[in-house]
Design a protein. Structure first.
Length: 238
């Protein structure tokens, strides 16, 4: 019971963070899940909890979703998330975490100096989606990398969060189907998944009330700084 309560609280807090920044929940929650239930159960559980959390993020900002970039991103993300999920089941590659960190730093830096932009660039959106999809399937989440790509579109805060959430929602749905076919879930898995999912909905709702009050430029700057911090941590610690 104490373990379930601690995971509920952790899911709420991480959802509040990812609901405000558009990413970060998986990075914070995964170590706790691994220590509690083991890596083979942690990755699928995290996927399902994120599935529910991203559904709420997309729902709360549904009217501001930018469907064109979402569709292009998913064109590459969906097939390669399937490849990545199969790779996780057969051959996990922890080095991919450092690769994500390097990619995030590169995207944020290129955006800052206006060297690379995904806005109105369909090919880059499809390729970026494919990269995020593969890494997401392989290591459980590549949310910060997807966030870096959508941040480059210059969207308003709620539109950015909701649009990125739709792509994550689709990828997590695909991975959940694949994980079910290869991994036998332990007793209480689905109860814990629903419990954590509920906490993520509450955390997302709390974050939306804060995000709506932030000026767009301030929001972009805060997310950029957070992305740089996350990328540095991932490169150093893996």
């Amino acid at each position: 019971m104490v373990e379930y309560l601690s995971l509920f609280v952790a899911a709420y807090l991480t959802a509040a963070i990812s609901g405000a920044a558009g990413f970060g929940g998986a990075l914070l929650l995964l170590p706790l899940l691994v220590s509690s239930i083991g890596v083979s159960q942690a990755i699928p559980l995290l996927t399902i909890a994120q599935l529910i959390g991203n559904f709420s993020r997309a729902g709360f900002g549904f009217k501001q979703i930018q469907w064109q970039p979402v569709g292009l991103f998913l064109l590459g993300a969906v097939p390669l998330s399937i490849v990545g999920a199969h790779a996780f089941v057969n051959l996990p590659e922890l080095i991919a975490t450092r690769a994500i960190g390097v990619a995030i730093f590169a995207f944020v830096t290129l955006k800052h100096f206006n060297i690379l932009t995904f806005k109105n660039n369909r090919v880059l959106l499809v390729v970026g989606g494919g990269l995020v999809g593969f890494l997401s399937g392989l290591v459980g989440s590549a949310g910060p990398l997807g966030a870096a790509i959508f941040l480059s579109l210059g969207l308003p805060p709620v539109a950015y969060i909701a649009s990125e959430a739709v792509t994550a929602l689709v990828m997590h749905s695909v991975k959940t189907v694949i994980y079910q076919g290869f991994i036998e879930f332990e007793r209480g898995f689905w109860l814990l998944a629903v419990l954590m999912g509920g906490a993520m909905v509450l955390g997302t709702w709390s974050a939306k009330r804060i995000v709506e009050r932030l000026p767009s430029e301030t929001f972009q700057q805060l997310v950029t700084l957070l992305l740089l911090a996350v990328s540095g941590y991932m490169v150093v610690h893996g």
